[in-house]
Design a binder for this molecule. Structure first.
Ligand code: PXL
Length: 279
């Protein structure tokens, strides 16, 4: 069985980071090895969340895994709580990346043009440096602009603006750069990407559902990581992720009993399974 390492926090309530990465990657039939960076009572969109920093555990976990000789098909990182954790992640990549390991970095730190609570203004620069270690990066528009130090153009940014951001991100060093949550020229909503080696742009979108919630970036990145590791070609893996996220948002939008802090990703796991089986 293939094994993916994912490094991010546990938000006990919030349906984000590890609490979506684990079920989603597992549903691809892939072992999910978790490196929990922190335990929070909820994600940071709530007031008064608790935060147990697990930084001190990260090096011992890495050392033990090294000693045991564990290998990984992919290393996927999401929310990291501090600059120190970013340097520790570098050590994980250094120790476990082989020619058969894909490094996927989702530089989770912002939405709607604003950094999440707890991050200082230096953080995006450090995250940008970490992105140089990745094969694939998956920022949203806010994260892309913060890492490039340019103004946030808003969710309805013109496709030409997004293309220019992709050209900027290409300089960070990853082979494939993708911006999620963007409006395409035909009015659909999805992702735009650039294959840095070939200079080829690509995009895919679905009709926009007028509903926004938290955790959708993590669902996208987890699904993409699972699908790519399962053997789907890059563009197909991105499309599966976009379709699943759209299904989750739509399901939530139509649910009169929805919660306002996350999407109904559980209810659409059968859709994801069906989508994967069409390989
Ligand atoms: O979904 C991204 C995310 C992950 N982890 C934590 C968060 C957020 C977004 O708010 O607060 C702790």
């Amino acid at each position: 069985m293939k094994r993916i390492m994912t490094i991010q926090d546990i938000s006990c309530i919030g349906k984000c980071s590890l609490t979506v990465a684990l079920p989603i990657i597992s549903s691809f039939g892939i072992e999910t090895a978790i490196v929990p960076t922190a335990v929070l009572s909820t994600h940071t969109q709530f007031q008064g969340f608790t935060f147990r920093d697990l930084t001190e555990d990260l090096d011992p976990i890495r050392e033990h895994w090294k000693k045991e000789g564990f290998g990984f098909s992919a290393i996927y990182t999401g929310y990291l709580g501090s600059e120190r954790q970013i340097s520790i992640v570098r050590n994980y990549i250094h120790d476990f990346k082989t020619p058969d390991t894909t490094v996927i970095i989702d530089p989770v730190m912002a939405d709607n043009g604003k950094l999440y609570a707890g991050f200082d203004e230096q953080f995006p620069q450090k995250m940008a440096e970490l992105c140089g270690e990745a094969d694939v990066i998956l920022p949203n528009l806010s994260e892309a602009t913060l890492m490039l130090g340019v103004p946030y153009p808003g969710e309805d940014a013109a496709p030409e603006v997004t293309k220019n951001l992709l050209k900027g991100l290409a300089k960070l060093g990853a082979d494939i750069v993708v911006i999620t949550g963007v409006t395409l020229s035909d009015g659909t909503f999805g992702f735009m990407g650039l294959d840095v080696k070939t200079g080829e742009f690509f995009e895919y979108g679905n009709p926009k559902v007028p509903y926004k919630s938290h955790g959708t970036g993590d669902i996208f990145a987890s699904t993409f990581t699972g699908a790519l590791t399962k053997g789907f070609p890059l563009y197909d893996a991105l499309k599966i992720a976009a379709d699943y996220v759209t299904a989750c948002i739509k399901n939530t939008y139509e649910d009169p009993e929805r919660v306002n802090y996350a999407v109904n990703f559980e209810a659409e796991l059968p859709f994801l399974m069906q989508r994967i089986s069409q390989k």
